[in-house]
Design a protein around this ligand. Structure first.
Ligand SMILES: [Fe+2]
Length: 382
């Protein structure tokens, strides 16, 4: 298979790497930075920290601390107005996927105009975004590395996915020191999102040797470090391993694509405003069971990577070991046991399955699926 490999042109990973952001903003000819961060005290503190770093290089900041979880069309539109008013020449996002995806939406509209809904789908924009630095403060979303943005439409409580290489940041930053205060539940959810990115990229129909290398190593690192990072948020080695894992998993799925877990997860997030990583964690074991006959060799490899499987076991045995490993890890990091426990209603499952069929992100799943099969996976995860 031929390979097209997209990734930010510079990726800063490791302790203290965020301190280089001012220098890199200057390298991108930035004089006035529009900082996109989450609403509330945490987002405001993160924006202040970045503003101080930028100021040391003489870069003036204009903070926009209004990104919300499952970022919405209306926040993107408000952010665009603020960006234009600020006369900024570079965008710096700091936060989790919500802040970074909001910044991608603002950046696309800033140079391309129109309505953010126009960019749903693949490569709809004509012009590059303004220079863009994405600083991740969670280890999971991968948005700092990718050409993906997921936006919620406030008008109808649905989500749409933008896949556009113009949204790939120029510079990504994964600094574990920015993640030390992340609470256990957020560490758990975002970590399971990273695991899902790696597993879906590895089993994807579009996987290549390049994406396999990234995804396999990400799964290994997550098995070694996610539980430690959840149990002890100050464990800087575990946090740093999760930075690398998140980056690797993001690079893998940015190029190999995802699968049925994400196709099922997005409608859940849209309808119930549930955390994305939590939805993935609840669905992933059931998607692996559904895919097993078409991708047993792939899941078997990953079972060996996490130490749950053995090279001399059958692929099927290893698949089952891998599924058990994911369920046990979820339990240890206190992910709830099923969709019903997080408020999902059985009466909504058919609607959710119909919406999942509209998710182009499922096209690279190793096994094709019907609406009935999507519904069956929701029921199994219920
Ligand atoms: Fe994800």
């Amino acid at each position: 298979m031929n390979c097209r490999y997209y990734i930010p042109m510079l990726n800063l990973i490791g302790r203290g790497s965020v301190k280089e952001v001012g220098k890199e903003a200057r390298n991108l000819h930035g004089n006035r930075a529009f900082i996109v961060a989450s609403e509330g005290a945490v987002g405001e503190a993160q924006a202040k920290e970045i503003s101080d770093i930028l100021a040391k290089e003489g870069v003036i900041s204009h903070p926009f601390c209004e990104a919300v979880p499952n970022p919405t069309v209306s926040v993107v539109e408000k952010g665009l107005a603020s960006y234009q008013e600020s006369e900024s020449d570079i965008i710096v996002a700091v936060g989790g996927g919500s802040a970074i995806d909001t910044a991608k939406g603002i950046g696309l509209l800033a140079t391309n105009g129109g309505n953010i809904r126009d960019y749903s789908g693949a490569n709809k924009s004509r012009h590059a975004m303004p220079p863009f630095i994405a600083i991740s403060t969670t280890a999971g979303t991968g948005s700092e590395v990718t050409q993906f943005a997921v936006i919620s439409d406030d008008a109808n409580h649905s989500k749409f996915t933008i896949v556009d290489w113009h949204t790939t940041p120029n510079v990504s930053v994964n600094d574990p020191e920015m993640m030390l205060s992340m609470p256990p539940s957020l560490t758990a959810g975002t970590g399971m999102d990273a695991l899902t990115h790696a597993v879906e990229a590895y089993a994807s129909k579009n996987a290549t040797a390049v994406t396999d290398a990234k995804a396999y190593k990400a799964v290994e690192l997550i098995a070694k470090s996610l539980l430690k990072a959840v149990k002890d948020g100050a464990d800087i080695d575990a946090r740093e391993n999760m930075c690398y894992a998140s980056f690797l998993a993001g690079a893998a799925f940015n190029n190999a694509g995802l699968g049925l877990t994400h196709a099922l997860s997005h409608p859940l997030g849209g309808m119930y405003n549930l955390p994305h990583g939590l939805c993935n964690a609840l669905l992933l074991p059931h998607v692996i069971k559904f895919n097993m006959d078409r991708a047993s060799g792939r899941y078997s490899d990953l079972a060996v990577a996490v130490g749950a499987g053995k090279a001399w076991h059958s692929e099927r045995e290893n698949c089952e070991s891998f599924t058990r490993f994911i369920i046990n890890l979820s339990r240890e990091i206190e992910i709830p046991g099923g969709l019903s426990e997080v408020g999902v209603k059985s009466k909504d499952l058919e609607t959710l399955a119909a919406e999942a069929m509209e998710e182009a992100i499922g096209a690279t799943n190793p096994r094709p699926y019907s609406a009935q099969q999507a519904l069956d996976v929701y029921k199994a995860a219920f």
